[in-house]
Design a protein around this ligand. Structure first.
Ligand SMILES: C[S@@+](CC[C@H](N)C(=O)[O-])C[C@H]1O[C@@H](n2cnc3c(N)ncnc32)[C@H](O)[C@@H]1O
Length: 274
């Protein structure tokens, strides 16, 4: 049975887990190349924040290899149980998961890197979390986060009414639920307020037109439907969620083009060495 997770917008249903896995598969090359650029490599001990069902932790585990170690932190019981099963099934012996809030992590053993994907946007005090976790790093340790930027997403889909309506409804629902929808570019400020050097940053905007790509909008709308209703937002502009995937795919195919996803902003920096 699914246990509701009232503190987290997207919940922890099996459908949400499968959506996260599909999403992780699609963006894995972007995250992998970002982690390599940030300096994640063999032998390191890495802390992954907001692990979800484990994809980022497993990706980091591949990069650090058998001589390294990854500790994934996740608050939700169902998600962490799935992350543990998936890491074991995939044969990763160098990943462990801890069930805790990212604001309450302590460690007697230092880390070489702290990483996270799509987690700071959900936190009430991202600066405080990054500051306190930076203190768990060895000198010169890496801090590397990927967070969304919605500006190109909302701008680039303006000619596609249905895609645009779906993206706008997700944006509005998430915003009202307290998600920081500007976290991508805000990383620059977050790192510095947390006492880190200004991060190196870049943004990638995935584009696509196949059904696996376009189903992201209906999948997320289904996940946040309780909040859409709670905030009394209207589904009229997107219509029936059951038929939305086919209607979206038709709209995108008729455009003979590709549609955007949100921009993935990567920011990384290193703690001081003195
Ligand atoms: C959008 S998912 C991202 C999962 C994973 N990082 C990925 O990219 O596939 C965000 C995850 O952060 C977790 N989370 C949110 N707030 C948290 C907190 N304060 N402490 C620990 N985990 C948290 C949620 O339960 C969820 O699993």
């Amino acid at each position: 049975m699914n246990t509701p997770s009232p503190d987290y917008l997207l919940g922890n249903t099996d459908e949400e887990h499968q959506r996260l896995i599909r999403q992780a598969k699609r963006i894995a090359p972007i995250t992998e190349s970002f982690f390599r650029e940030a300096g994640i490599g063999p032998g390191q001990r890495v802390l992954d924040l907001g692990s979800g069902v484990g994809d980022v932790a497993m990706l980091a585990a591949k990069l650090v290899g058998p001589s390294g170690e990854v500790v994934g932190v996740e608050r939700d019981t169902r998600s962490i149980a799935r992350a543990i099963r998936r890491a074991a099934d995939a044969g990763y012996h160098n990943v462990t998961f801890r069930q805790t809030d990212v604001a309450q992590i302590s460690s007697y053993k230092p880390f070489d890197a702290v990483v996270g994907r799509y987690i700071l946007q959900f936190l009430p005090d991202p600066v405080g979390v990054v500051r306190s976790l930076s203190k768990l790093l060895n000198p010169g340790g890496v801090v590397a986060f990927q967070e969304p930027c919605w500006v190109p997403f909302l701008q680039l889909c303006r000619d596609l009414p249905l895609w645009s309506a779906g993206a706008s409804l997700i944006y509005e629902t998430s915003h009202r639920a307290g998600v920081n929808m500007r976290m991508g570019l805000t990383l620059h400020k977050v790192f510095q307020e947390a006492g880190l050097p200004a991060p190196k940053m870049h943004m990638e905007v995935p584009l696509g037109n196949d059904p696996d790509f376009t189903r992201w909008i209906p999948d997320v709308l289904c996940a946040v439907r309780p909040q859409i209703e709670q905030f009394r937002l209207s589904l009229d502009a997107v219509g029936d969620l059951d038929t939305l995937p086919a209607r979206l795919q038709k709209e995108v195919a008729a455009s003979h083009s590709v549609v955007p996803w949100f921009g993935i902003v990567g920011a990384w920096s290193r703690t001081g060495t003195t």
